[in-house]
Design a protein around this ligand. Sequence first.
Ligand SMILES: CC(C)(COP(=O)(O)OP(=O)(O)OC[C@H]1O[C@@H](n2cnc3c(N)ncnc32)[C@H](O)[C@@H]1OP(=O)(O)O)[C@@H](O)C(=O)NCCC(=O)NCCS
Length: 322
Amino acid sequence: MITEGLSSCTDAPLIAPLAEEQLDAASRIFRTAFGTWLGAPDPERFFADRNYVHGRWRSPHVVALGATLDGKLVGSNFITRWGSVGFFGPLTVAPEIQDRGIAKALLTATTAQFETWGTRCAGLFTFAESAKHVSLYQKFGFLPRFLTVISVAQVPPKASAAFQCFGALGMEARSATLVAARAIMQSLYPGLDLSAEIAAVTLLGLGDTVLVEDEEGLAGFAVCHHGPDSEAGENTCLIKFGAVRCDEHATQNFRRLLDACFFYASYVGTTTLMAGVNTARREAHAAMIARGFQPALHGVAMHRPDDPGYSRPGLFVLDDWR
Ligand SMILES: CC(C)(COP(=O)(O)OP(=O)(O)OC[C@H]1O[C@@H](n2cnc3c(N)ncnc32)[C@H](O)[C@@H]1OP(=O)(O)O)[C@@H](O)C(=O)NCCC(=O)NCCS
């Protein structure tokens, strides 16, 4: 048991960058914390088909923090920087030592990291129904806004679409694609920039970024995860972030982006396509329902400050802040 050998649970934890040799312990805490909270029959095996810890730790745009008591890891948090936007999670504390201020200590360091980065819109996704979770984050200035729906759809066996993958491009074409993707992101929210996320997903072998074009150039992109070392889960392709250019072709391009994601999901041998959409993005949410996506999980997006960020009507954006 994790509390064994801890001199006093009322001591303040030490918060520091998570070390590589702590990653397995962090994964164990991640599984048991969520597994226990959600009442899984075997918390040690909860979400065993996906990995939120190693990939984020290896990504240069993510800061990973560990909380230790008497040299034992008792919790961790991962803070992701998407340019002017940042989000954190998964935040987890070992079940045996919850409600003793460990998360609050991690959150103090997390908000300091956002301040260091100059993050303009910081956020998180959490259990909307949990008074504990929502109250905890409110103490740090995050306010509940709209629900985010994580939805799933079956991948048709014979999906087909025209698209390219970032990982198949040469270095020059990759640079040009990142410039075009940044222009799309800039039109959604000033300073939003997932260049590092796009590069990391390909480099770390977590998936790839699906690209769709129209006569004006890059029309949209979707950063997709799949495989056991990714965040997607068995037989699943997860769209971690997807967006199309904000113009009069957005509705049609969003449909084309989803077509491309279905095709990519079938190409990599998965049977389920999963994506999150914040319900403030009214048209994108409606388009997902029209496309047959079924809700798998509802959570609330909390923002600091209380600003819509890129979750506004008219924006065709998919994201998963879990
Ligand atoms: C959520 C989690 C990270 C919190 O960690 P923790 O170390 O227990 O949290 P802390 O002890 O630092 O803070 C909890 C705060 O919530 C408050 N709280 C607890 N239950 C509450 C309730 N029902 N209503 C309102 N506030 C509540 C506590 O009083 C405390 O605040 P206070 O000390 O100012 O009074 C932990 O429970 C966990 O790992 N859960 C499973 C995984 C998870 O859900 N992660 C977060 C996903 S978004």
